[in-house]
Design a protein around this ligand. Structure first.
Ligand code: ACO
Length: 209
C-alpha cells in the first residue's frame, strides 16, 4: 500500500463551480469516451501522439483495460490517476506520473479539462489540490510539468499555482505527430509556505466550500 492512494481531494470552489478530484473508476467509461471523442480538436494539439486513430483509441470499450492498468500502476505507487469533477460531474482528468522515490521523491503532473467548462478555474483548482496532496500525503519533494510554449492556457494554469519555469526542452516529446519543444516547470516543497490551495484562496482565485 502506498501513501495517499486511493483518496479524494477537495472540494474547493472556483468561478466554474465546486471542484473535487477522485480516483478513476470503471464506470467513467462513457463520460471519458464521450468527452474525449467530442473534444478531439481541443485536446489533440497538446497530447502525446497515439498509436491508433483517435476515435478507436477513445472507444468506450478501451476504458476497462486502460483503467485497469492505470489502477494497477497506482497500487504499485508509480502513478496517481484521478478524475476531475465539477459539481459532481466528470469533466476531465489529472495524473501524477513517474513517481520516483528514494533520494529524488519526484513526479510530473498532467491534466485536461472538457472544452465546455474551460476558463472557470477548474484546472487551476485541480492542480492545486493535487500538488498539496503530492507534497503531503504522497510525500514527494518535487513536482514538475512540461508544456508546449504555444499552450497559453496551460502555461497560465501552471503559473497561477506557483510553478517556476526552468528551461526549454528542445524536441522533447512526440505530440500531435511531431517532436515538440516543451517548457519545463518545477516546484519543490520549500516554495510553498502553507499550501497551494491556501495561496489560491488568499489571491481570491478559490474559496473553501
Ligand atoms: N492566452 C493566455 N491565457 C489564456 C488563454 C489564452 N489564449 N486562454 C485561457 N487563458 C488563461 C485563462 O485566462 C486562465 O488564466 P487566469 O485565471 O489567470 O485568467 C487560464 O488560462 C486557465 O485557467 P483555468 O480556467 O483554471 O484552466 P481550464 O480549466 O480552462 O483548463 C486546460 C486549462 C487544462 C489547459 C484546458 O484548456 C485543456 O484541457 N486544454 C487541452 C489539453 C491541455 O492542454 N492540457 C494541458 C497539457 S500540459 C500539462 O498537462 C502540464
Amino acid at each position: 500500500v502506498h501513501p495517499g492512494w486511493p483518496e479524494k481531494l477537495g472540494p474547493i470552489r472556483v468561478a466554474a463551480g465546486v471542484v473535487t478530484v477522485r480516483p478513476i473508476r470503471l464506470r467513467d467509461a462513457s463520460a471519458w469516451s464521450r468527452l474525449r471523442i467530442r473534444d478531439r480538436e481541443h485536446l489533440e494539439p497538446w497530447e502525446p501522439t497515439g498509436e491508433s486513430p483517435w476515435d478507436a483509441r477513445h472507444h468506450i470499450t478501451v476504458w476497462p483495460s486502460l483503467c485497469g492498468s492505470l489502477r494497477s500502476e497506482a497500487r504499485k505507487g508509480r502513478i496517481l490517476p484521478w478524475v476531475i469533477e465539477l459539481d459532481g460531474n466528470y469533466c476531465g482528468q489529472i495524473t501524477i506520473g513517474n513517481i520516483v522515490r528514494g533520494a529524488l521523491r519526484s513526479a510530473w503532473v498532467g491534466y485536461w479539462v472538457a472544452s465546455d467548462v474551460t476558463g472557470g478555474g477548474v484546472a487551476t483548482a485541480a492542480v492545486a489540490l493535487t500538488l498539496d496532496h503530492a507534497f503531503s500525503r504522497v510525500g514527494l519533494h518535487r513536482v514538475e510539468a512540461t508544456v508546449r510554449p504555444e499552450n497559453s492556457s496551460s502555461r497560465a494554469v501552471l503559473h497561477n499555482v506557483g510553478f517556476r519555469e526552468e528551461g526549454l526542452l528542445r524536441r522533447y516529446l512526440d505530440v500531435d505527430g511531431q517532436w515538440r519543444d516543451h517548457v519545463l516547470v518545477g516546484m519543490t516543497i520549500e516554495e510553498i509556505p502553507t499550501t497551494v490551495v491556501d495561496r489560491l484562496v488568499r489571491s481570491g482565485r478559490a474559496s473553501w466550500v
